[in-house]
Design a binder for this molecule. Structure first.
Ligand code: SF4
Length: 376
């Protein structure tokens, strides 16, 4: 018995999710970008309607936490006015596009994302977690990120269409990429993919036109905190930032906007300075190696608090650590060197494992966990 509930749907602004600290309202930045004014307004809304905490999700979305039912509609109206939420709830639901964050105007990623955005109304109804990946920079950056229908830089230097669960893809000519993504989504729907839930679980053979032997090009190095081409990359500890801290990051007069990434990293466009308390600017910061979901009391499925423990353990652990409030493992889907999974108010400890895997020690109190790793 895994002890967590599979919900099978994804929250968005029109369908907020009830959590331990109120409603969670998800915002999906178009083109993985918010202009400076949008960020500052979002921060003000998080303070006014929520508890001032903003999540940066693994799908490169923002989530305002702690919203109450009475304020939700007014919040959505404000978000629509900022063009951060679509007035059409169906369109908002379809806008599941993970885009490489370091695009520039008119490059392949930008061009394809704009084309796909204009074609969202042609998509079939898809399961809530099904989404698109546009990773058309000079080398792929998102090979480890989940996404069902993908445009990526291929090994030969051209772009490929690749379905999740398949190692290779088919060449996509300029201008054909977004139509091919839409066509693949229709094939998925017509071939019973909705029953499978996700492309990687869908066993039907791909149609000939979507079958190819081109692997993705070798990946580019992951982004780390510090100066980057577009500005300054800053880590959001455990994928969360206080609204006041985010507003401070945009206070730099050189800042023009923000790019959101699926790596708990924000890129402040135009900025050159770090040093913002609450955001990580040191690539050696041990918190970057640690994953921790909100845990109790912020998630109703958690029986343990997670992030304070994770923060205390981070400097003491060599390698990666995942502290999960339950076996669902929302914060990290891959194995980490050490994994602590909450169960009935205590932790199970496993090595080189995902959350919920067979444990080498069970029923550990937090103080026992700290002692195990030599933390006073
Ligand atoms: S892993 Fe964490 S956030 Fe996800 S359901 Fe479990 S307790 Fe909640």
């Amino acid at each position: 018995m895994s002890g967590f509930v599979v919900k099978g749907w994804c929250p968005d602004a029109w369908r907020p999710m009830a959590t331990g600290d109120g409603l969670l309202v998800r915002i999906k930045p178009r083109l993985a970008r918010l202009a400076r004014d949008q960020v500052l307004a979002l921060c003000a809304l998080a303070d006014r309607f929520g508890n001032g905490i903003i999540d940066v999700s693994r799908r490169a979305n923002f989530q305002i936490r702690g919203v109450d039912q009475a304020g939700w509609r007014a919040l959505v109206a404000e978000l629509m006015a900022l063009e951060l939420v679509d007035a059409d709830a169906q369109m908002e639901r379809r806008r599941n596009v993970l885009m490489v964050p370091d695009w520039t105007d008119g490059d392949d990623s930008h061009r394809i994302a704009c084309d796909l955005a204009a074609k969202l109304d042609r998509l079939p109804e898809l399961p809530g977690k099904v989404g698109f990946v546009i990773d058309a920079g000079t080398a792929p950056a998102m090979l480890d990120e989940a996404g069902d229908f993908r445009i990526e830089r291929g090994a030969g230097g051209g772009l490929i269409l690749r379905a999740a669960g398949h190692e290779t893809g088919v060449a996509a000519s300029a201008g054909d990429e977004a139509p091919m993504l839409v066509a693949l989504a229709h094939w998925f729907d017509m071939s019973g993919g909705t029953r499978s839930g996700r492309m990687e679980r869908h066993a039907a053979p791909l149609p000939d036109w979507a079958t190819g032997a081109i692997p993705p090009a070798p990946p580019q190095a992951p982004i780390t905190p510090g100066p980057v081409r577009l500005g300054m990359a800053l880590g959001a500890p455990f994928g969360q930032v206080e609204a006041a801290v985010l507003a401070q990051a945009l206070a730099d007069p050189a800042a023009t906007g923000l790019r959101v990434t699926p790596w708990r990293m924000l890129v402040i466009e135009g900025a050159r300075q770090g040093g913002i308390p609450g955001l990580i600017d040191d690539p050696a910061d041990p918190v970057l190696r640690v994953h921790a979901c909100p845990g109790a009391p912020f998630c109703a499925q958690a029986s343990v608090a997670t992030r304070d423990l994770a923060r205390r353990l981070a400097p003491a652990i060599a390698g990666s650590l995942h502290v999960s409030g339950c076996a669902k493992g929302c914060a990290c889907t891959h194995a980490t060197a050490f994994t602590l999974t909450g169960r009935d108010g205590r932790f199970d400890l496993a090595r080189e494992a995902r959350a919920g895997s067979a444990a080498e020690r069970t029923d550990l109190e937090p103080c026992t966990v700290l002692a195990h790793f030599g933390v006073a």
